[in-house]
Design a protein around this ligand. Sequence first.
Ligand SMILES: Nc1nc2c(ncn2[C@@H]2O[C@H](COP(=O)(O)OP(=O)(O)O)[C@@H](O)[C@H]2O)c(=O)[nH]1
Ligand SMILES: [Mg+2]
Length: 213
Amino acid sequence: MAKFIKSAQNKSQFITDKTLEICFIGRSNVGKSSLINAIAKQNIARSSNTPGRTQLVNFFDFGKYRLVDLPGYGFAKVSKSKKEELVYVIEDYLSDRANLVAVFQLCDINVITNDDAEMSVWFENNYKNHIVVLNKVDKANRSYFDNNKVKIAKFLNVSVDRLIPVSAKSGTNISQLEKKINEIVYNEKEKIRLAKIEAKKEQDEDSEVSTKI
Ligand SMILES: Nc1nc2c(ncn2[C@@H]2O[C@H](COP(=O)(O)OP(=O)(O)O)[C@@H](O)[C@H]2O)c(=O)[nH]1
Ligand SMILES: [Mg+2]
């Protein structure tokens, strides 16, 4: 069962073990907390109507991986100094996290902004697993995603297959999102396992050579 572990205000409070992590990042109010609750199938993340309220890095235990909820970017309603503080803590996390295997960028499908596009380009260039989750499809009309996915992908500079339209509210495609997370975590674990076997093989071959000498 998924559970909340802790909140961190700065880097010194981040968890430091090697458990694989995925992160959720997006503007305030796009539904990060609601989506965490939808995946967890219980209320473990606080959801609120006040933009900018979630200003902490929140760690959640999902068993096979840890989910990290980052503060919102594009902070219209917070002061300049608070803005800088938030950018630092986001950068502290994203710039130095060896166990981070995927960035899930959350957007509101009805309101995709220049901030979203700017962040998307950066994630595309810096992370091999960058998935764009378009939340609140329940508010758009039925064919909106199909009719606009090419345009959205172009605006965000990603390929269409990176986009997942979902709704935390109605449950649309939540299982598809879970499947994507599990698939990435499984593949990354497999890579680590194979790399360890390979390293051990090399070590054994080395020691064989030295016994012969
Ligand atoms: N219509 C709709 N509203 C949503 C959805 N997900 C979240 N919300 C609402 O959007 C607001 C912000 O949600 P929250 O999860 O706190 O966003 P966060 O700031 O990104 O963590 C709340 O009022 C939620 O009820 C969704 O899929 N559809
Ligand atoms: Mg939140």
